[in-house]
Design a protein around this ligand. Structure first.
Ligand code: FES
Length: 109
């Protein structure tokens, strides 16, 4: 059973679960500021659920790749969209600052 290390918590989950859903269900502040209410609810278009992930997750598909290539995100960074990611093994999640989580400064880890 994969384990997600985030905000000082260790969350156990089934393999293949959606990262956004697990984080929200466990009270993790996935969204920064007003993006808590202004987001696409997981369809992969707003880009506000971006996080940095270490560990085994599903590969990036076209929708996620497209959104992360558009400003304020950049394909040069290694962000992922939590709503498009399936957890496949133990992972560690870091959130960066900014409405879209696009900045370099860390919001939490
Ligand atoms: S919630 Fe909008 S892209 Fe993930």
């Amino acid at each position: 059973m994969p384990q997600i290390t985030v905000q000082g918590k260790a969350i156990a989950c089934e393999s293949g679960v959606n990262l956004r859903q697990v984080l929200l269900k466990n009270g993790i502040d996935l969204y920064n500021g007003n993006s808590t209410v202004i987001n696409c609810r997981g369809i992969g278009t707003c880009g506000t659920c971006s996080v940095e992930i270490e560990g085994e997750v599903s590969p990036m598909q076209w929708r996620e790749k497209t959104r992360l290539s558009l400003p304020p995100h950049s394909s040069e960074k290694t962000r992922r969209l939590a709503c498009q990611v399936r957890v496949l093994g133990d992972i560690r999640v870091t959130k960066h600052q900014g409405f879209w989580g696009q900045n370099d400064e860390i919001q939490w880890k």
